[in-house]
Design a protein around this ligand. Structure first.
Ligand code: CP
Length: 319
């Protein structure tokens, strides 16, 4: 891939969430990501490599576990020629009691070109962005937002459905604890999709209908699935429940696991998505996860493309 020396920029210096992004910013990110895709629907493409960001440095600071987001940011940076440094929080001076803010000020003093942060505290990337001029990319903050996940989900839906406007998107499972759900709700609503939230009442409170215009809540999975173009399953986040919100994982699965029989309520050409990691037999059956209707591997591939686009747009030389 030939190196491009100038790039467009986002209207904002950081990627903190989908809610504050303009529609034009999202369109620019998705258009930029298309040049980096290794698959569009079923069509495979060569892996893109460039020296567009050679000489620049990306720091990863993950204070929570991650496989997909952390590794795909690292691969994205390497495909653009960046150097990558992983803070390895469990071996850092955070363990000696250094505050998060002092850690980020210390990292900023080393002049990296961007900092990717995942933290269990909602709003942590926003707080840090007020204290550094290094671009911050939010890789997931508590139950608040996971903007790169929603962007890669949008790219994947567009690959399969062509448009977001008017689509019926069922987001199902543990909405209460899900930053993925919040970011997707904001993005899909900005582009005119009709979002239905489904799951047990403790995990999908009726008040969530106020999160965005046109949003509806259903507590029977079959009702939420009816006529869906896109089915987005979410993991039950047992680690974020202060007290058990249902009798047992098996009891949850009996009513809310996506099985072939339940999926039959959706449109015949509906795609099945999951941000991962997924719990086989609890939030999605192995039969559905491994079926041709599942676009989960495609989501993962698009994650690299979207993160390459964001690194280009936030750290590349301005046009
Ligand atoms: N979807 C997602 O954020 O996965 P990881 O926790 O593995 O990064």
């Amino acid at each position: 891939m030939p190196a491009r020396k100038t790039v467009a920029r986002l209207s904002q210096p950081h990627l903190l969430g989908i809610e504050p992004l303009r529609v034009e910013d999202i369109e620019l990110i998705l258009a930029t990501a298309r040049a980096y895709q290794t698959r569009v629907a079923d069509e495979r493409r060569p892996v893109p490599r460039s020296d567009l960001l050679a000489g620049k440095t990306l720091v990863l600071a993950f204070f929570e576990a991650s496989t997909r987001t952390r590794i795909s940011f690292e691969i994205a940076a390497q495909r653009l020629g960046m150097d990558v440094v992983d803070l390895a929080t469990e071996a850092s001076s955070v363990q000696k009691g250094e505050s998060l803010l002092d850690t980020v000020k210390t990292l900023s003093a080393m002049r990296p070109d961007a900092l990717v942060v995942r933290h269990r505290g909602s709003g942590v990337p926003h707080f840090l962005a007020r204290h550094t001029d290094v671009p911050i990319l939010n890789a997931g903050d508590g139950a608040h937002e996971h903007p790169t996940q929603a962007l890669l989900d949008a790219l994947t839906i567009l690959d399969h459905k062509g448009s977001l406007s008017g689509l019926r998107v069922a987001i199902l499972g543990d909405i209460l604890h899900s930053r993925v759900a919040r970011s997707n709700i904001h993005l899909l609503s900005k582009f005119g999709a009709r979002v239905v939230l489904g799951g047990p009442p403790p995990l999908v409170p009726k008040e969530f209908e106020r999160l965005a215009p046109g949003l509806t809540v259903c507590h029977r999975l079959e009702d939420a699935l009816a006529g869906a173009d896109v089915v987005m399953m979410l993991r039950v986040q047992l680690e974020r429940q202060r007290e058990p919100l249902f009798a047992s994982p098996a009891e949850y699965a009996r009513h809310y696991c996506l099985t072939p029989a339940r999926l039959a309520q959706a449109k015949p050409d509906a795609i099945v998505m999951h941000p991962g990691p997924f719990l086989r037999g609890i939030d999605i059956s192995g039969e559905v996860a491994d079926s041709p209707r599942s676009v989960i591997p495609h989501q993962v591939e698009n994650g690299v493309a979207v993160r390459m686009a964001l690194l280009e747009l936030l750290t590349g030389a301005p046009a």
